[in-house]
Structures are given as C-alpha cells and as structure tokens.
Write a protein that binds this ligand. Structure first.
Ligand code: S3P
Length: 169
C-alpha cells in the first residue's frame, strides 16, 4: 500500500501524512525531507544555488525512488510536485493519491511565519498562493483518487474521513 498526499503549501500534507502513517502502522516519508537528507542542505539553499529548475530535478528523482521502493508508506510531496509530468505519472502509477483541498486564506494562515518556502518570500504571498492555486488545482484534481477538504476541519476528523474513503476504494 502506498498513499501519497498532494496539495498546496499549507494544506497539512506533512502533519496529516505523519499521523495517517501512524494510524495505519506504516512508514511516513516526505519528499522535501528526502531531498534535504540527500543533499545535506535545506530547500531554500537549493533554490538559491540551483534555482527552481535544479530543485525540480532533485524532486523528480526523490519521488521516483520513494514510490518505487517496495515498502508500504504514506508520502507527503511538495506543493509543486504535480507540475512535472514525470511526477504525476509516477504518483498515479504507484500510489493512491489524496488531494488535500485547502483555501488560499487557510494556506496563508498556516504559512504566515514561514521562512522555509522560497516561493512565498515575496512582497505579496497571498497573490502568489492565488496564482499557484489557479495553475495547479487542475493538476491536483487530475491525479487525485480522493479529495479531502481540510478547511475548518480538525485533524482527527480529516484522518477519519481519509481512512473511511480508503476502505471503500
Ligand atoms: C513548493 C512547496 C514546498 C517545497 C518547495 C516548493 C511549491 O513544499 O517543495 O518550497 O512549489 O509549492 P510544501 O508544499 O510542503 O510546503
């Protein structure tokens, strides 16, 4: 069993993924953390040194290796993973894909103090999140097997919903 969480920055992929893996008794992985582990530097440093293009190449390799490993796992991906066709193909081929649907207002609230997301270090992060939502939401929807809304819902209720939807897939 491989479950992959997709969705924008601040949709709760890491928090929910971690807890879901605990509930299911399987491993939790995070593609951003895997990239940091492999390179020994953080995501902002990779963006600075290699640009977004360099980061995306590393992300493709990390996701491919993770989803092709034989182990059961819950995988949280970066919010931009879906923009690459290779990732969309590797995720749909190997995983049940769950899209955490989240409003831009909620994303804004959850990422407000964050310095670790290079794409949001702009004068107008709200506008950036709106633009990304417009570009990426069709891609999230395209590959999702399950769509779960995370706005104004507690984590336990989100986990319950995911578990019950997984049981009927
Ligand atoms: C990105 C999202 C980030 C991280 C990188 C780029 C994006 O992951 O991969 O900063 O393009 O939306 P999170 O969604 O976990 O914040």
């Amino acid at each position: 069993m491989k479950i992959c969480l997709i969705g924008p920055m601040g949709s709760g992929k890491s928090t929910i993924g971690n807890r879901l893996a605990q509930r299911l008794g399987i491993r939790f992985e995070d593609s951003d953390k895997e990239i940091e582990r492999r390179t020994g530097v953080d995501i902002p440093y990779i963006f600075e040194a290699e640009g977004e293009g360099g980061f995306r190449k590393r992300e493709i390799c990390a996701i491919k290796d993770l989803v092709e490993s034989p182990e059961k796992m819950v995988l949280a991906t970066g919010g931009g993973a879906v923009i690459k066709k290779e990732n969309r193909q590797n995720l749909t081929k190997n995983c049940t894909v769950i899209y955490l649907l989240t409003s831009v207002e909620q994303q804004m609230e959850r990422t407000r103090k964050d310095k670790n997301r290079p794409l949001l270090q702009t004068a107008d992060p709200m506008q950036k999140l709106l633009d990304l939502f417009e570009q990426r939401s069709p891609l999230y929807e395209e590959i999702a097997d399950i769509i779960v809304s995370t706005d104004n819902v507690g984590i336990e209720a989100i986990l319950d919903e995911i578990e019950s939807r997984l049981n009927i897939i």
